[in-house]
Design a protein around this ligand. Structure first.
Ligand SMILES: Nc1ncnc2c1ncn2[C@@H]1O[C@H](COP(=O)(O)OP(=O)(O)OP(=O)(O)O)[C@@H](O)[C@H]1O
Ligand SMILES: [Mg+2]
Length: 148
């Protein structure tokens, strides 16, 4: 486990960028934390690190946004509006692929989550300060956290 603090949105994007550079194909990140804690802001940085040119914004109303580039695929999933009933969406097709999956509100559909992942917890400390904790599950993810 590793903990970082950011003092504004740009720093959170930058942290996402640093993490994005460490990811391998097929990895899954679970982003947990309250509304406006910074999950989507962090995902923007991951996208930059992966060479995604399109702007990354919240997928809340569509559940999934796909960013496909030649060098990397990013699946940005938001389960805020999903409950365990809403399993009509084949999340497995994405999380067990060679793309990188970033999932906001992952514990809304806990049964579909993979065994190994990087859990990133966002906590609001003050208006602009965030605590961001990295909790790896599985050896590949432990390696990533070591270098953050
Ligand atoms: N240190 C910080 N890190 C990230 N965002 C910050 C920070 N300080 C202030 N903010 C602001 O907080 C908001 C974070 O929004 P963001 O969409 O990233 O949150 P979210 O966790 O994805 O929320 P939601 O659950 O609604 O999808 C933005 O308006 C951003 O400008
Ligand atoms: Mg969001």
């Amino acid at each position: 486990m590793k903990e970082k603090y950011t003092n504004n949105a740009l720093e959170t994007t930058y942290l996402g960028h640093q993490v994005g550079l460490l990811l391998n194909k097929g990895m899954v990140l679970l982003l947990d934390g309250d509304l406006s804690a910074g999950k989507t802001t962090f995902t923007k940085g991951i996208g930059q690190a992966l060479g995604i040119k399109r702007n990354i914004n919240s997928p809340t109303f569509v559940i999934l946004k796909r960013y496909l580039e030649e060098e990397a695929k990013l699946y940005h999933i938001d389960l805020y509006r999903m409950d365990s009933e809403g399993a009509d969406f084949d999340m497995e097709d994405y999380i067990y692929s060679d793309g990188i999956s970033v999932i906001e509100w992952p514990f809304n559909v806990e049964s579909l989550l993979p065994k190994e992942y990087l859990l990133v917890k966002f906590e609001i400390i003050s208006e602009e300060e965030r605590k961001i904790s990295f909790i790896p599950k599985g050896r590949d993810y432990e390696k990533v956290v070591k270098y953050i």
